[in-house]
Write a protein that binds this ligand. Structure first.
Ligand SMILES: Nc1ncnc2c1ncn2[C@@H]1O[C@H](COP(=O)(O)OP(=O)(O)O)[C@@H](O)[C@H]1O
Ligand SMILES: [Mg+2]
Length: 281
């Protein structure tokens, strides 16, 4: 099994967002696309999912060209994008949200397999098990993100596409999330993971692509890119830092404070820092 994107061009009216993007994802891999805000990562995933129609280029899955296919047909092939958190059904329980992820399978009569997968999700996400009867809308942001991933998994994907799953999560939850992604891969899943949190993504990925203003500017094994001095300066906050880059504006303040505190050992440090500047130290 292979997902392959070849010279993809996508435009929003006069604004071209992807310029000849090519990449591949092989069976059992975790491949990450890292890049700053606005680089074109979401556009790339939406084009692969069939939600955006490319103006040029081709997408292949499992030896078949799927360029221009409608999203339902692409999902049915097993290429599943994790829904955004806001697409959860707030007034339905955790468990019912998960079942909804398998609605195509339930329609095909796979009731027993779906129940088995529900158990599997609860093994991988113990937090969701504890909260199975709780309304999705009452979960914390991190729990909702896990529910969204669990729901994607319930479709029995062959490749799961994830758009910045760590966005806005507190550092501890980010760790848990990446641990879960690794566990999903051990279950046989292939992952295409788009992230601004470059360091964490590279730590779990096999291979990676770096995207800047709609182009792939670097590719290599995750280990190569983690060790690359240019990348370290641009995306990884310096070689010595073991603290993940902030992945959203809300996390910047927390990150800056955490960095200063770690450096100075002063837990009482105030909150009125000057933002991301500290990340380079
Ligand atoms: N619906 C849209 N209409 C017009 N331009 C868009 C739209 N969505 C994204 N863009 C533009 O396309 C570029 C890539 O955006 P996006 O794929 O969201 O980047 P990323 O996910 O890497 O932050 C940006 O310049 C963005 O402003
Ligand atoms: Mg995006």
């Amino acid at each position: 099994m292979r997902l392959e994107v070849e010279n993809l061009e996508v435009a929003y009216g006069p604004v071209q967002a992807l310029h000849g993007v090519s990449l591949r994802v092989d069976s059992g891999e975790i491949v990450t696309v890292i890049g700053a805000n606005g680089a074109g990562k979401t556009t790339l995933l939406r084009a692969i999912s069939g939600l955006l129609r490319p103006k040029a280029g081709r997408i292949w899955f499992d030896g078949r060209e799927i360029t221009g296919w409608p999203p339902e047909r692409i999902v049915a092939l097993g290429l599943v994008q994790v829904p955004e958190r806001r697409q959860l059904f707030d007034s339905m329980s955790v468990e019912d949200n998960l079942r909804l992820g398998a609605y195509l399978r339930l329609r095909r009569g796979e009731r027993k397999a779906v129940e088995e997968d529900l158990h599997r999700v609860f093994e991988i996400f113990p937090r969701l098990k504890e909260r199975r009867r709780q309304m999705a809308g009452t979960l914390s942001g991190g729990e909702q993100q896990m529910l969204a991933i669990g729901r994607g998994w319930m479709a029995r994907p062959r490749v799961l596409l994830l758009d910045e799953p760590s966005l806005g999560l507190a550092p501890l939850l980010v760790q848990e999330l990446f641990r879960i992604l690794r566990a999903l891969r051990e279950q046989g899943l292939t992952l295409l993971l788009v992230e601004q949190n470059a360091r964490q993504a590279l730590r779990i990925a096999d291979r990676a692509y770096v995207m800047e203003t709609g182009r792939i500017v670097r590719e290599g094994t995750a280990a190569e890119l983690l060790a690359d001095p240019i990348l370290q300066a641009a995306y990884l906050g310096g070689a010595s830092s073991s603290i993940p880059l902030p992945s959203s504006s809300t996390e910047v303040a927390v990150h800056a404070r955490f960095t200063r505190t770690a450096a100075s050992g002063d837990a009482a440090m105030g909150e009125h820092g000057h933002g991301g500047d500290d990340a380079s130290g």
